[in-house]
Design a protein around this ligand. Structure first.
Ligand code: S2G
Ligand code: ZN
Length: 466
């Protein structure tokens, strides 16, 4: 277990003041963990810089005293990337949370890394624009963490990942140097674009301290449909119909067990008269502005083909939001079962074969467990959450699931898929990285890390081992 030497502790206290350097047990607990519950939080201290200069000073002290740092945002991650379990110093960007500027002509917003995603979205909306990357945790996640993990969410099918919206980054590297990357330019072809190296690097190459984000025009009159389907094959057939007929904003799916957990936990009404094995939640722009005929024709065609049993279409903003709740509340609802999460992806074309092979694996290996299926099927991303039974210890349960994961990842590897579509690698997926990345690529990741963090003080043990 690491402990910063007294000289470093004193220097941090002098630099950051009593509210900027915390060592009380509750702060260590709070800042030492993310949304995963498999590694006990055990940082030695929490440093909360108020400026880029503070961040640089902390990195220099960490280098000098060889004390590792764990960069920390909203700590909503799901792969243990922000967990400090070895006495590291957590470097939290929570105090660097300002929105620095918004240019409506250039449709661009600058903010500090600790800006809450929901606040950035609200600032854009106030100017008639949107920051279009959205997910259930946007009320507490921070932009810096979203960028460090290249967060995805519920509208990737329309707007892509966080990576698509970052036009500028300020990053403090493991040497304490400040890199100002791309500076908000839309066009800049002057050699290697290190911005994209930093996006998704999970704090192992540098600490994101500021970002410039592109903004978009809001969708016109978004509507939501929930359709009950007999199988995942039917879900994919519905996707094809919707791709051809609608201006899609989201195409999600959930299993009936996922729905059951949410409606039981929150006393909500099921969306349809009859239950179905699976549901598609489809959000789209409604150019027809209230003429539902084309939408109803699409649903009737799906029903005639046997792909849809029943459907509901939102007719108000309130109804649109309540339908979204059925999908967005899944993650938080099932958290109490300490779920083992697989966040996998393949190309949309390979989804049917992936589903066929994964459903067979689940039936064989998890026939005694509750398995909650849901996710962003429209971009080939599935969330498979295995719920821990009361009778199992966390360790035994995690080991059993990790064994099955190897078989699952073998299927993914055959299909060129990803063992972590949007949640990142962190601690939990590191051992499986070779199912999606070659040894050559992983070796290059290590060499790049040595260049940017020569002392290995940035988030050691996450994503890659030096
Ligand atoms: C989702 C959120 C995290 C989880 O709901 O799309 O990415 O629990 C997830 O899997
Ligand atoms: Zn997701």
């Amino acid at each position: 277990m690491i402990t910063p030497p007294p000289a470093m502790q004193q220097a941090l206290q002098e630099l950051l003041g009593p509210s900027g350097y915390l060592t009380d047990p509750s702060s260590l607990q709070e800042y030492g963990r993310d949304w995963t519950r498999f590694t006990p939080p055990a940082p030695s201290a929490v440093a909360l810089p108020g400026s880029i200069e503070d961040v640089q000073a902390i990195v220099r002290l960490a280098r000098q005293h060889r004390v590792p740092l764990v960069p920390s945002g909203g700590r909503t991650g799901l792969s243990g990337g922000a967990v400090a379990g070895q006495g590291e110093v957590v470097l939290s960007l929570a105090r660097m949370n300002r929105i620095l500027g918004l240019d409506t002509v250039g449709r661009s917003l600058s903010c500090e890394a600790g800006a809450i995603t929901g606040n950035v979205q609200a600032a854009a909306r106030a100017e008639g624009l949107i920051y279009p990357v959205d997910f259930a945790s946007s009320g507490s996640s921070q932009i810096g963490g979203n960028i460090a993990t290249n967060a995805g969410g519920i509208q990737v099918i329309r707007y892509g990942m966080t990576r698509n919206w970052v036009t500028g980054l300020k990053v403090v590297t493991g040497t304490g140097e400040l890199l100002e990357l791309n500076k908000g330019l839309i066009k800049n072809n002057t050699g290697l674009d290190f911005r994209h190296l930093m996006i998704g690097s999970e704090g192992v190459l540098g600490i994101i301290v500021e970002a410039t984000l592109a903004l978009a025009t809001p969708p016109r009159d978004p509507r939501v449909m929930v359709l009950g389907a007999p199988s995942m094959t039917a879900i994919m057939a519905i996707l094809e119909q919707c791709q051809g007929a609608l201006s899609l904003l989201a195409f999600e799916f959930l299993s009936d067990l996922a729905l059951e957990k949410v409606i039981n936990a929150h006393g909500l009404q099921p969306p349809l008269q009859a239950r179905a094995p699976f549901y598609a939640l489809v959000e789209f722009e409604d150019p027809a502005q209230g003429d539902d005929a084309p939408i109803l024709t699409l649903v009737e065609n799906c029903m005639a083909s046997g792909w849809v049993a029943d459907a509901v279409l939102s007719h108000s903003e309130a109804q649109r939001r309540s339908l979204w709740r059925l999908r967005e509340d899944i993650s938080e609802t099932i958290a109490k079962w300490t779920p083992y999460k697989n966040d996998i992806a393949t190309t949309v074309a390979n989804v049917p074969i992936l589903l066929e092979r994964v459903e067979a694996l689940i039936a064989d290996r998890y026939n005694d467990l509750e398995v909650v299926w849901y996710g962003h099927i429209g971009d080939g991303n599935l969330h498979l959450n295995i719920l821990k039974p009361e009778s199992s210890s966390v360790d035994a349960f995690q080991q059993r699931c990790a064994t099955v994961s190897r078989e699952l990842f073998g299927i993914l590897s055959d299909l060129g898929g990803s063992v972590s579509a949007e949640h990142g690698v962190g601690l939990l997926k590191k051992e499986f990285l070779t199912f999606s990345r070659s040894k050559t690529e992983i070796g290059l990741m290590r060499e790049i890390k040595k260049l940017l963090d020569p002392d290995g003080i940035l988030n050691p043990g996450k994503l890659i081992e030096l």
